[in-house]
Design a protein around this ligand. Structure first.
Ligand code: NOJ
Length: 674
């Protein structure tokens, strides 16, 4: 693992502009403008009658028009209706940095920046700065409140940021507030028909191009949600504290970046690095302990009701069970074994008794010393589990002792969980309180060399660049719904939307890997995919910690398991050769540690013939394609296990035709011949 470092072309050019660049804006407006490095994307900031607006256009075509900026502070004391532009600075950057793990190794960070200094014209003469960074594939901006005599501690009642589109677009979205933990099925509608929605929000222009709104570096602030104020405009709604305040702030402070990807095609949408680039470089100098990996767990069988989290006859996390899982992980080349329900406090209704959960006390039938010694002898590590039932303060009080305990037992990954619609029975999972809680956990974990897999989190915003021990997060209606959801489980099209919506926010702990599709506890609920699609999901949905979620006995002797054993969890680069949101997706990713590529193709409920173009392979080279595809009679509903395995030689001019079954998929490993 290499440290994150700057590789080339670090050019920072700061030009102080005492005079504003006048654009064709009529009196009394003042405006400043900046373009992307390739000159195609332009952002303009305007002041009119003391109010601020911004616009975005690409190659002369408007994308956003006269969209409001600014704040209302508590007490209705607006800060933004009396502002003037004092001056502006610009700067350029072109650097390339390396990720310790991720969907691509190298990340180019190339933007032009405009910083606009604003001040109230009269009265308290308070200052506010707005910084725009414009990339070739989109832009981000944030507000800065500098130190000043008349603004110290303050409360934000409303952020007035708007996105006013030039045309009435259709979008993919999930609702804010209504369903818990972002575990929703996506909706598709025009802006006017939207609810209050979460970001990422993905908009289709109708001509094959995409826009996606999200945020980067959500720190000490509340999550941004959006709601339509008319058929073209989305306004900001910050998740409030339980007392209604949106954000408690103190100068100097900055907001998260508001980001928009402007993608010419679906490949650009998925591979944009704007969010990562708008986060700070790693604060962890020694990254040697941060290792992506694959794991199995005493988990799916609990969700199916065979085992329990609590103690008793069917307790899952016993010493004997965990040792058997360790044997299987070692034989499969996996790095970890998760054991849920290992600690005392689960008995009774654990979702209501979070304050009895003790993270330094194992159940008597879970001999953690013996288990972790055994794991070490097999080259495997125990993956820790801290289900807090949402009692964040109770967890914070135990953080140091809980991580000291795990450190003693050589545990380097902890899955955290917050099953409770409100943290401490009070605060939203994505208000300022929650944002600060989750960050405290990640920063404390780093001190103990612990990586985090966070369930029921705030929506990710690229913090893993700064804290690369924040490996993966849930914030998705994951595969667990296929074990117990009364609606029958995730419909087959769900995973053809998730990669273009939730996954834009970063690594996603979806937990694919079901090989046994029967669900004795809820026969009407099942994993609605074929076996080949389960494999393809390891490529399509990125996570640096990937679980093989089924029980070991269901993997034994099954050819398909070879793909899970060989699929990497960190990539040199990622491409999306073809996809249509809600219908199908083809992903190609190159292994970081070899010349081999892996592909995942998935479809919705419809059978589909796809031609897989391999033009991304090295010209002149030959590859062995190991193809795991749906059998002729495969069908998610009636025959999910029907799968065909084939090997064939291919090169970059080859097209592989595949037939996907209803709810089906195809997984391919492309091994470069020496
Ligand atoms: C919900 C999580 O998503 C799931 O993975 C976990 O098993 C349970 N909570 C219990 O912590």
């Amino acid at each position: 693992m290499k440290n994150i470092f700057l590789l080339k072309n670090l050019i920072i050019l700061v030009i102080y502009c005492p005079l504003l660049t006048a654009i064709s804006c009529s009196d009394p407006e003042e405006s400043v403008r900046i373009t992307s490095p390739n000159g195609k994307l332009a952002i303009q900031l305007k002041e009119s009658k003391g109010n601020l607006y911004y616009c975005a256009e690409k190659e002369g075509n408007p994308i956003l028009v006269d969209s409001r900026l600014g704040f209302t502070l508590s007490g209705g004391e607006a800060i933004m209706n009396n502002l003037e532009i004092v001056r502006s600075d610009s700067a350029d950057l072109d650097e390339t940095w390396e990720q310790p793990w991720g969907e691509s190794r190298l990340v180019r960070n190339n933007y032009r920046e405009l910083k606009v200094f604003l001040q109230e014209k009269s009265g308290l003469k308070r200052s506010l700065y707005i910084v725009f960074r414009v990339f070739d594939d989109g832009f981000g901006f944030r507000y800065e409140f500098p130190v000043q005599p008349n603004l110290k501690k303050f409360q934000i009642a409303r952020e007035n940021t708007e996105f006013r589109f030039a045309a009435p677009l259709k979008a993919w979205w999930i609702p804010a507030y209504k369903e818990v933990y972002y575990e929703s099925l996506a909706r598709y509608s025009r802006i006017a028909e939207m609810d209050t929605v979460c970001t990422p929000l993905t908009l289709e222009t109708g001509d094959g191009r995409f826009l996606a709104i999200h945020e980067a570096n959500l720190t000490n602030y509340a999550k941004m949600n959006l709601y339509p104020t008319d058929s073209l405009t989305l306004s900001t709604d910050l998740t409030p504290w339980s007392n209604g305040v949106k954000v408690y702030a103190e100068t100097p402070c900055v907001t998260p970046w508001r980001t928009m990807i402007i993608a010419e095609n679906i490949n650009e949408l998925v591979t944009s690095n704007i969010m990562l680039n708008l986060n700070e470089p790693s604060r962890i100098a020694d990254l040697s302990w941060i290792r992506p990996g694959k794991y199995i767990g005493i988990w799916w069988s609990i969700h199916l009701g065979k085992y329990t989290w609590c103690s008793g006859e069917r307790h899952g996390a016993t010493t004997a069970n965990t040792k058997a899982y360790i044997d299987f992980a070692a034989a499969s080349g996996f790095s970890g074994v998760l054991a849920e329900g290992w600690n005392v406090g689960w008995d009774g209704d654990w979702t209501k008794n979070g304050e009895t959960l003790d993270f330094t006390k194992a159940y008597p039938d879970f001999d953690i010393q013996l288990i972790t010694d055994y794991a070490a002898s097999k080259g495997v590590e125990l993956i820790g589990h801290h289900e807090t039932a949402g009692m964040a303060t109770h967890y914070e009080n135990q953080l140091d002792s809980a991580y000291t305990y795990y450190q003693k037992y050589n545990v380097h990954v902890v899955k955290t969980g917050y099953v409770n619609p409100r943290l401490n029975n009070k605060e939203f999972h994505d208000g300022q309180y929650a944002v600060n809680h989750y960050r405290k956990v990640v920063e404390t974990a780093a001190k103990y060399h612990i990586m985090i897999d966070n369930h029921e989190p705030v929506m990710p915003t690229g913090i893993q660049r700064t804290w690369p021990n924040l490996m993966t997060q849930e914030a998705v209606r994951g595969q667990e719904y296929d074990a117990w959801s009364p609606d029958g489980g995730n419909p087959p099209d769900h995973t053809t939307i998730v990669p273009f919506l939730r996954c834009l926010a970063g690594p996603t702990d979806f937990t694919p890997g079901t090989f046994n599709f029967e669900n004795p506890s809820m026969p009407n609920t099942r994993v609605r995919t074929t076996l080949a699609k389960q494999l393809a999901l390891y490529v399509v949905i990125y996570s640096p910690l990937q679980m093989a979620s089924d029980a070991p006995e269901n993997y034994k002797g099954v050819k398909a398991f070879d793909f899970i054993k060989s699929v990497p969890v960190s990539w040199e680069k990622t491409l999306v050769p073809d996809a249509r949101i809600g219908d199908y997706a083809i992903f190609a990713r190159k292994n970081r540690n070899s010349e081999n590529w892996f592909m995942g193709c998935i479809t919705d409920e419809n059978a589909r013939e796809l031609n897989i173009n391999l033009s991304f392979l090295d010209k002149g080279a030959t590859y062995i394609a190991r193809i795991y595809s749906d059998g002729e009679d495969a069908d998610w509903n009636s025959n999910p296990n029907s799968m065909i395995y084939q090997e064939t030689e291919v090169n970059s001019s080859k097209i592989i035709p595949v037939t996907l079954a209803p709810g089906g998929g195809c997984a391919i490993e492309l091994v470069k011949k020496k």
